[in-house]
Design a protein around this ligand. Structure first.
Ligand code: BEZ
Length: 204
């Protein structure tokens, strides 16, 4: 685990007792929340790298044909850009169901991209850290490392209840690009997918 973060899996009760908290999204949460929130702000966390190493049995694939979705792997010095949401604790129950399939809760320090060190004016305890859902190595849906073309081929073939796996990848890549972030891994998989589909991404 990144030394910046701590496991929050057993902290359901303390989190539920907070009046509000920050949730950090690095995958589909960047472009789609699907829950009520008080604030939504570009932010980043440190010591984690985004990777398409997690299988998806229930969102972007099925048990017999899993998709590949983003998780975070610990890497010293890494910065992961995403979106922070200020939420009420009542949102957590829905998230825990939505993010089952191998994800665990961690608390990690949060930095806002605008340089503001805290997200609220109240300076409540915990306002400078965020809850993040991370699928750790060895969970039941874990797929692990593969080359960008291998990941792209996998994504191209998977569809789940939330839609085609390719849409998840392309929306994530587009969102990161629009936010001005260069995620080499995501963009390499996107490029490989578009090449596989016989199309090329053109900028501008
Ligand atoms: C995210 O966008 O951060 C996310 C989405 C699904 C599962 C875990 C994390």
């Amino acid at each position: 685990m990144s030394h910046h973060s701590r496991d929050a899996t057993g902290q359901g009760a303390p989190l539920a007792e907070r009046s509000s908290l920050w949730l950090f999204g690095y995958g589909s949460l960047i472009y789609k929340a699907g829950f009520d929130f008080q604030q939504r702000r570009p932010a980043h966390i440190r010591g984690w790298r985004r990777r398409f190493w997690q299988g998806s049995h229930d969102h972007r694939g099925t048990l017999s044909n899993p998709g590949r979705v983003a998780t975070l792997v610990a890497e010293e010095g890494a910065v992961c850009h995403g979106m922070a949401y200020r939420i009420g604790p009542e949102v957590l129950a829905g998230l825990d169901i939505r993010e089952k399939n191998g994800y665990r809760r961690f608390m990690t320090p949060l930095w806002f991209d605008d340089g503001d060190s805290r997200g609220t004016t109240s300076k409540d305890e915990g306002d400078d850290e965020a809850l993040v859902y991370i699928a750790t190595e060895g969970n039941e849906a874990w797929l692990g490392e593969a080359s960008a073309p291998e990941i792209a081929a996998h994504i191209s073939a998977a569809v789940g209840p939330s839609g085609p796996n390719r849409d998840y990848l392309l929306l994530l890549a587009q969102s990161l690009r629009e936010m001005g972030h260069n995620d080499a891994h995501v963009f390499a998989v996107e490029e490989a997918l578009l090449a596989l589909e016989g199309r090329r991404h053109t900028t501008g």
